[in-house]
Design a protein around this ligand. Structure first.
Ligand SMILES: [Mg+2]
Length: 143
């Protein structure tokens, strides 16, 4: 399963306690090390500013360094959905969804693969972690 990960409103600038965000990111790195991609305006074709963005957060520096080597860059011009590989199962963690992106997801019958993060919800990181754990379990049962 591919994981697409936004930064602002997901890993940074959120009401969730930092230890919950750490736990979420650690879980992703441990369980999806080969299939996690940045999907954020901090990462485009010409540049990858994800490390700098994450260093400018409350996350521990060593975790940021590990995430920076493990999570792969992605590239999109206008719509984040342009960077998504629809041939593979995926979950996309983001605090936003443009109407045009929603239409793309709907046309491909995968609107539910977008998990809308609410940065103002202190339970958000916990909820995302629970979602990923459940999906991991479902996948394990399917194959
Ligand atoms: Mg965001």
């Amino acid at each position: 399963m591919n994981i697409y990960l936004d930064i602002d409103g997901v890993l940074r600038g959120v009401a969730s306690p930092v230890q919950d965000v750490v736990e979420l990111l650690e879980y992703i790195l441990a369980n999806f090390p080969d299939s996690t991609y940045w999907l954020t305006t901090h990462c485009r074709q010409d540049y990858n500013h994800t490390r700098a963005a994450l260093l400018n957060s409350n996350l521990p520096k060593d975790l940021v360094e590990r995430a920076s080597t493990i999570v792969k860059p992605s590239n999109f011009a206008v719509l984040k959905t342009d960077a998504i590989d629809f041939e593979k199962p995926f979950i996309w963690l983001d605090d936003n969804l443009f109407e045009s992106e929603r239409k793309v997801l709907e046309s491909r019958n995968c609107l539910s693969n977008h998990f809308l993060m609410n940065p103002r919800d202190p339970e958000m990181a916990k909820k995302a972690l629970m979602l990923l754990k459940n999906l991991k379990e479902e996948n394990a049962n399917t194959y």
